[in-house]
Design a protein around this ligand. Structure first.
Ligand code: HEM
Length: 224
């Protein structure tokens, strides 16, 4: 498909996914970040990654509710961009912050469980990215869909990683935990919307609403 024929949503997604990177590079190189620019950039990259991951999870429920086919065509791109920012997040931490000093990293993080959740998410995203091509789809057949259900686990673990990485306490609702809680609620809702029964009811309700609105519009057109 040439770019002129691409649906606006596709253009919006591609532009919207590169924009944070452009902004981050600009802010970093012009000293517009905080007194600890590498840490701030690492946090931003992590937040962009989880946001794109959750958006990729939202595509199927949006299609179920609104029969919006175009949204399915951006699902893969959103997942790939999530992986790109997750790799950037890791590079900023390991490469820029620690200068690839793996022993220092191990000393600082080996006892922090949220790191293992982040590593698992990254491994899942790597697996899903490498198998996201037509060739793998054909080769794996029905198993491709099964394998790509790992994206559900990736979303849940990414929220756990996010919540745990905060300097707050999720159990006593203190500190910077509002954003991870919002992401967690959204992921829970998007997963519930995928349960076969809920999906059927939600799809049916959406169809009914659209038929009613179309009937009302038709009646208004006839009156005018
Ligand atoms: C090997 C994999 C990973 C490692 C070692 C890692 C490490 C870290 C560390 C050390 C922090 C705390 C940063 C700080 O506050 O100074 C952090 C925060 C975070 N990470 Fe990761 N991470 C990994 C993978 C991921 C992935 C795959 C995602 C998303 C899909 C992600 C999303 C986040 C988010 C959203 C934060 C919180 C940022 C904030 O405080 O606003 N991370 N990660």
């Amino acid at each position: 498909m040439v770019w002129r024929e691409a649906p606006p949503l596709k253009l919006f997604v591609h532009a919207g996914a590169w924009l944070p990177l452009a902004w981050l590079l600009w802010a970093y190189t012009t000293d517009q970040l905080t007194a600890n620019p590498i840490q701030t950039a690492t946090q931003y990259a992590g937040r962009f990654a989880i946001t794109l991951l959750v958006l990729s999870l939202a595509c199927t429920p949006l299609h179920t509710l609104f029969r919006w086919r175009t949204v399915l065509s951006v699902r893969r791109a959103l997942g790939l961009y999530a992986f790109m920012y997750a790799v950037g997040h890791l590079y900023l931490l390991v490469g820029l912050d620690y200068g690839f000093a793996l022993d220092a990293l191990w000393a600082d993080f080996s006892n922090k469980l949220y790191i293992y959740a982040g590593m698992t998410v990254l491994l899942i995203l790597l697996l899903l990215t490498t198998t996201s091509f037509q060739w793998w789809m054909r080769r794996l057949g029905k198993n491709w869909k099964r394998l790509h259900r790992l994206v559900y686990a990736a979303n849940v673990l990414a929220v756990i990683h996010y919540a745990w990485a905060q300097k707050g306490d999720i159990f006593s609702l203190r500190g910077n935990i509002l954003a991870p809680l919002l992401y967690g609620g959204l992921v829970a809702l998007l997963l519930v919307l995928r349960l076969p029964r809920v999906r059927k009811v939600a799809g049916g309700a959406g169809d009914l609403l659209r038929r009613r609105m179309a009937a009302r519009r038709g009646a208004e057109d006839r009156q005018s």
